[in-house]
Design a protein around this ligand. Structure first.
Ligand code: ATP
Ligand code: ZN
Length: 210
């Protein structure tokens, strides 16, 4: 039996469940349950908050997980990735108030930047030789400039309409993300074989979709 953690409810949930089903795995899912067992494959599915998934897989509480690369890299565990999944594509971008002059990342030197991704943003800024004050907030990042909490933000963008609605404009792409399959680094031989079967099926599903 192998344990796979997926997001309980959010932007990854539906596509994660569809992927497992398209792999030919049957199970009954219900929104109030925390776990479920597949009926035709030795798989147990755990429903968790996405932020908790990398740590649980690292610790072996779950053997496998489906999570966004943004969350995986922010958790400092990129080495757990085993397979890109091609859905939940988004980007992490820097944005500044629309009326503000902006020529390059260097303009952010010494500025206050609000984000939920201090690790990824810190690495990006350091790579550009920029030092800024990062303020970590967990939600509603895009309102920070309008309430005077920050000069700029770094947040997930897919369409840009949320930025526009808050008077912000996107100025740099910091990180591109998609959902990935992750795995504990010390699986038993038996679990490793199950992982390989799953990866084989997932690759076939992706090829069929193209
Ligand atoms: P949880 O309650 O599980 O912590 P959350 O609110 O942190 O959920 P969601 O908003 O459901 O997370 O996003 C989950 C993941 O989906 C993100 O980490 C990212 O990888 C991806 N994602 C976020 N926003 C978008 C988007 N607009 N389009 C596509 N993918 C996105
Ligand atoms: Zn989350």
């Amino acid at each position: 039996m192998i344990r796979l953690a997926i997001q309980k409810s959010g932007r990854l949930s539906e596509d994660s469940l569809s992927l497992i089903r398209e792999c030919g795995i049957s199970f009954v899912s219900s929104s109030y349950k925390l776990k479920t067992e597949a009926t035709n494959f030795p798989l147990e599915i755990l429903y968790l908050r996405d932020d908790d998934i990398p740590g649980y897989v690292q610790d072996g509480v779950a053997d496998l997980g489906v999570v966004g690369q943004n969350v995986l890299v922010e958790a400092g565990l990129p080495e757990l990735e085993v397979e890109p999944l091609g859905f939940s594509k988004c980007r992490l971008s820097l944005a500044v108030p629309r009326g503000e002059a902006y020529a390059s990342v260097a303009d952010l030197q010494g500025k206050n930047i609000a984000t939920s991704y201090p690790q990824i943003l810190g690495t990006y800024l350091a790579g550009h030789g920029v030092q800024a004050n990062l303020h970590t907030i967990s939600g509603s990042v895009e309102i920070a400039p309008s309430i005077g909490l920050a000069d700029a933000i770094c947040d997930i963008v897919s369409s840009g309409s949320t930025l526009l609605g808050n008077g912000l404009r996107e100025v740099e792409t910091v990180f591109r993300s998609e959902a990935v399959l992750i795995a504990n680094r010390a699986l038993s031989a038996e679990k490793q074989a199950l992982l390989e079967q799953l990866q084989f099926r997932m690759q076939a599903v992706r090829r069929a979709r193209r």
